[in-house]
Write a protein that binds this ligand. Structure first.
Ligand SMILES: Nc1ncnc2c1ncn2[C@@H]1O[C@H](COP(=O)(O)OP(=O)(O)OP(=O)(O)O)[C@@H](O)[C@H]1O
Ligand SMILES: [Mg+2]
Length: 385
């Protein structure tokens, strides 16, 4: 009887573990942001092990740990992430022992003498159990369960924690990989935007100014041509006009690089200017904040600009509708045309580039384009807080 009772308890434990793990895995599959995933992982472990506080700590290269998340169980006093989110990995901490031995380790707070011990005592934490997080054979960090009071946690805590953290390892790796991917995409897009701005400035301050000066010199020479040299005057006039054309072309190119209207008059005005140049009629609905941070405005501007260019080039559409909405939590943009459909990001670089831009801001883009039924571009970007 006893044996079967014990087994059934174990089975319940397994089911709890699976359910907790499932919640975290679902978030990963949905593409939730790494902080959301870490938070879910910490709360899943905390609930399972019945800890008062649970932290996830990442090893840094300078013998410190970054606290990537702190979960407080319901009903316990809320505490804030200490030490500005980064603490020195002192040898007498549970995390240090777990990382040394590659095994879960427990420490009584009274046996921890550094500032970490002081913090535990100040927050009434009596015990800490830490478990190493090993990602692809690399010591990534630790998950630590903290217990208020002097009663030690149950003897099987290390084993249960070890089992669950092992299951979580691949989830943490996926979240970490996604975070790195988002960061590297953001770097690429920011680099490209910075290069564009530099070229625009160089054109404006350098080449354009030089061309203007040359045109003025030519006009002066033209005015000084003595009478009777009509052919020479005509040549100078032609050359000066040619230079003016080059100047206009150059101004158009540099305007295309970074729309000055965007910086000067804001996103709605810049979108209206874009729309007014579209030969296909556009119905525009904007219900968005006047100003968003620059990288958000630039991304939305390029999304609409590329979508309208594609409509013109391929869609054979008679109408386009643009909806732009923003609230405290997200920005939503939809561009729809009633053309021939069949858009395929794999065939060009425009739509793929938009995907890079949107993902660099942690957002998503969906292209729906059934043949014969028009094309819709739906973008959601989480708002900057
Ligand atoms: N609105 C649309 N209607 C119909 N087909 C489209 C539409 N948008 C894109 N396409 C199709 O999808 C392909 C990919 O578009 P994408 O913008 O990625 O590349 P591109 O326009 O061909 O090149 P690039 O944007 O790099 O100059 C296009 O070549 C075109 O065949
Ligand atoms: Mg294109």
């Amino acid at each position: 009887m006893q044996a079967s009772g014990g087994r059934s308890q174990h089975t319940d434990g397994d089911a709890d573990e699976r359910a907790a793990l499932q919640q975290v895995a679902t978030l990963v599959a949905r593409g939730a942001s790494p902080p959301v995933i870490f938070n879910a992982a910490a709360s899943a472990l905390g609930r399972l092990i019945k800890a008062d506080y649970t932290t996830i700590n990442r090893c840094e290269t300078d013998q410190t740990m970054s606290i990537v998340t702190l979960y407080c169980a319901p009903g316990v006093p809320e505490i804030k992430i200490p030490f500005g989110g980064r603490w020195p990995l002192k040898p007498d901490t549970a995390s240090a022992k777990a990382l040394r031995t590659h095994e879960p380790a427990r420490r009584a707070a009274e046996a921890i003498h550094s500032e970490i011990g002081d913090w535990h005592r100040a927050t009434n934490v009596g015990y800490v159990v830490a478990c190493p997080v090993i990602v692809e054979d690399r010591l990534w960090g630790t998950m630590a369960c903290l217990y208020i009071g002097s009663r030690p946690p149950p003897g099987d805590t290390e084993e249960r924690m070890g089992r669950f953290v092992e299951l979580l390892n691949s989830t943490i790796m996926q979240a970490e990989t996604r975070a790195e991917l988002i960061a590297s995409r953001a770097r690429l897009v920011a680099d490209a935007d910075a290069t564009r701005r530099r070229i625009e400035r160089d054109l404006h301050d350098g080449v354009q100014q030089h061309l203007i000066a040359l045109t003025l010199q030519l006009r002066a020479a033209e005015a000084n041509v003595p009478s009777g040299h009509d052919e020479l005057r005509r040549q100078l006039t032609d050359t000066a006009e040619g230079l003016s054309d080059v100047l206009t072309e150059l101004q158009e190119i540099s305007r295309g690089l970074q729309p000055p209207m965007l910086a000067r008059r804001g996103l709605p005005a810049a979108i209206k200017a874009l729309v007014s140049r579209s030969p296909v009629p556009v119905e525009l609905h904007i219900d968005a904040c006047e100003r968003l941070p620059e990288k958000f405005e630039v991304t939305i501007y390029y999304l609409i600009s590329e979508a309208l260019t594609n409509v013109l080039k391929y869609a054979h559409a008679s109408a386009v509708r643009i909806d732009l909405k923003s609230d405290d939590s997200q920005i939503r943009l939809r561009v729809r045309d009633d053309g021939i459909g069949g858009a395929d990001p794999a065939r060009g670089s425009g739509l793929a580039g938009l995907e890079d831009r949107v993902q660099a801001l942690g957002g998503t883009i969906q292209v729906t384009s059934p043949t014969g039924s028009g094309t819709s571009l739906a973008v959601t970007i989480p708002c900057p807080s």
